[in-house]
Design a protein around this ligand. Structure first.
Ligand code: G3I
Length: 349
């Protein structure tokens, strides 16, 4: 293995355009995948789709929007899976894995959920029906891993998304306000019943470094485990800012893994104040390297997903005015220095 890594390192850095790329390096580093988010509207761009399907870079896709509640159950009890199915088909056509995203989130909820004034029991039955139907629909279609030449079918889902505030208290969503922690436990138990092979995640942002939010999530994992509630993984989103990657990231990933759960970097991007400059792009390269090195160093960190690979389709400029250029490829699908940062991270150079 060491010899192969040295060979790749030499080839890649000597000829940056050679075809030994991110997914290959991730797997040589012992990770299950390197992947990217994508969205249905992007699938009409043929140049985009060509790179999205480049399995040397991407072994895994996450639908950025089309498996969310507003897309899948827009009115109560009526499910639509067309958007999610299209991304699963895109992935299947290239042999790529898929992470399901997501079952229960306070955002992108239809009005019938947020304004329904449901009581505790009714809302829990709604969560149960939503998670069970969604996870059941994709049972066996998501996250197929080749391990020791055995084809394993495992489903990976962000079952609970962003349930904590930055200070470590629970987010005041319609779910928490009505049911307390019961919605989290119901969602996880329902997902387990819908697909017993599924890897079930809680996914959140601002848990890259140590702090109140990470500690609260660790406490939640301990509580869930002590009660026998299924929890298999922590999704560390990693929407980061150039020059501000937490110095405690590696140790923090290890601390999550030490709880006996998988860890995945699920939504990586590293934004900057625009306009981009050579200095900012160089710092961004270092920051991508730091994140990937942290995941590489932690055995329980099983994979990395970019929150889209190109600045052309990044969510960042639409949310943070004056910021952007967060992805490893630019708007013209050209690799940025950040790409080499990822390579260096996997090679730990
Ligand atoms: O689908 C409508 C379209 O019909 C309409 O014409 C258009 C006009 O604005 O909006 C479209 O919906 C947008 C949707 O993305 C699909 O493109 C929403 O306005 C927009 O708010 C939505 O943003 C998504 C965001 O979640 C919502 O919170 C981003 O694409 C998506 O990347 C982002 O992803 C989240 C993760 O799920 C959770 N973690 C944070 C991450 C970044 O915010």
């Amino acid at each position: 293995m060491a010899k192969i890594l040295v060979l790749f390192s030499t080839l890649l850095l000597a000829t940056p355009l050679c075809n030994a790329q991110l997914a290959i390096l991730a797997q040589l580093s012992g990770k299950k995948y390197f992947g990217t988010a994508t969205d249905n509207s992007e699938l009409t761009n043929t140049s985009y789709v060509a790179q999205l399907g480049n399995t040397l870079d991407f072994h895994q896709l996450t639908p950025a929007n089309s498996m969310k509640w507003d897309a899948t159950e827009p009115s109560r009890g009526t499910f639509t899976f067309n958007g999610g199915d299209a991304i699963v088909q895109q992935a299947e056509s290239r042999g790529q894995l898929v992470r399901g995203h997501n079952c229960v989130w306070h955002n992108q909820l239809p009005d019938w959920v947020t304004a329904g004034n449901f009581d505790n029991a009714t809302l829990l039955s709604i969560v149960q029906n939503h998670c069970g139907t969604l996870v059941g629909h994709y049972k066996g279609k998501i996250y197929i891993v080749l391990a020791d030449s055995v084809l394993l079918c495992v489903v990976s889902w962000d079952v609970v998304n962003e349930c904590l505030n930055d200070d470590g208290t629970f987010r005041q969503s319609v779910f928490f306000n009505t049911t307390g922690l019961a919605y989290i436990k119901t969602a996880l138990r329902t997902a387990r019943a819908a697909d017993p092979k599924a890897k079930l995640y809680i996914n959140d942002f601002n848990i890259e470094g140590s702090g109140a939010k990470s500690t609260a999530l660790m406490n939640l994992v301990k509580e869930l485990k002590s009660e026998g509630v299924p929890i298999d993984g922590i999704g560390v989103q990693s929407h980061l800012i150039v020059g501000e990657v937490p110095t405690t990231m590696r140790q923090n990933l290890q601390d999550f893994a030490d709880l006996g759960v998988e860890v995945a970097i699920t939504e990586l991007d590293i934004r900057m104040n625009l306009p981009e400059t050579p200095e900012l792009l160089a710092q961004q390269e270092k920051d991508y390297q730091t994140v990937i090195s942290a995941c590489k160093a932690v055995r329980g960190c099983i994979g990395v997903t970019l929150w889209d690979w190109t600045d052309k389709f990044s969510w960042v400029p639409g949310t943070f005015a004056g910021q952007g250029a967060a992805c490893p490829w630019d708007e013209n699908f050209k690799r940025k220095p950040a790409y080499l940062g990822i390579v260096k991270g996997f090679l730990s150079l």
